[in-house]
Ligand binder design. Sequence first.
Ligand code: NAP
Length: 281
Amino acid sequence: MHDPIPTTTFPDGRNVPVLGQGTWRMGENRTKAADEIRSLQIGLDLGMTLIDTAEMYGNGGSERIVGEAVRGRRDEAFIVSKVLPSNASRSGTIAACERSLRHLGTDRIDLYLLHWRGGYPLAETVAAFEELKRDGKIIAWGVSNFDVDDMEELILVPEGGNVATNQVLYNLGRRGIEYDLLPWCRDRSVPIMAYSPLDEGRLLHDADLVHIAKAHQATPAQVALAFLKTRAGVISIPKTGSAERSRENRDAMDIHLTAENLAELDRVFPPPRRKMRLEVI
Ligand code: NAP
């Protein structure tokens, strides 16, 4: 028996499990499609209902895989997608969202993000997001790769305070946001989505983490995800195209790190002591 996956709450009151699923590099290779769909479905079965995609991933290929995975069970899933900054004008955002809806084979995106800051004024993108919300094509919107100064600017534009999340690079080896961005978001009840929670797989080869994981009779991936579970208001979205690793990642939620365990992780992966510029991938 599993412990239930803990949840966190978006500003509009919707609850989501703090372990979701990423999909970057899915939908790029036909021979992998069946495994990718299967792993997302297993993830859904196991309660990892938030699925993160983007129009950029595989030029819509990832959104198509997600659409296949949730076919016939759309209401179980919480779909996050993203508009490219180069499309994020007022009309471009609407058109991009409609394309994404077609790729996903759905009538709504649960959370729609600006992938990173580009040349269009934030006010324009936000106005488009709000229009999409009024039309029921998205339920909420957010941003990605925004540092504190970007967030400060965002909340000053009309309706900018409706931002529901900021999706950023965050994992054991890259803890810079703990200094300022994470507290900033927590103060405003805006959950953070931690992307690349396994540092794109690099963390799994860290000798110290391998050692700590052994002591927990767990894998390095599981300890990395269990660590993020201890951070309030953080949703992690590991990507795997393997059903077996989907199960392994889900099992990480059964690991309970003690204060002593966390102190050991802090020694190996020290938290920031000063402002660090937001890292991006
Ligand atoms: P990640 O989730 O940190 O790592 C993914 C890599 O780890 C893949 O190579 C995967 O391989 C492997 N993996 C997953 N679970 C594993 C396990 N239990 N044991 C061993 N290997 C495992 O990296 P990511 O894909 O960059 O980040 C996750 C998601 O965040 C993305 O998919 C995307 O949805 C989102 N993202 C957003 C942004 C942004 O700018 N907003 C940027 C990057 C990522 P297999 O597939 O072969 O299992």
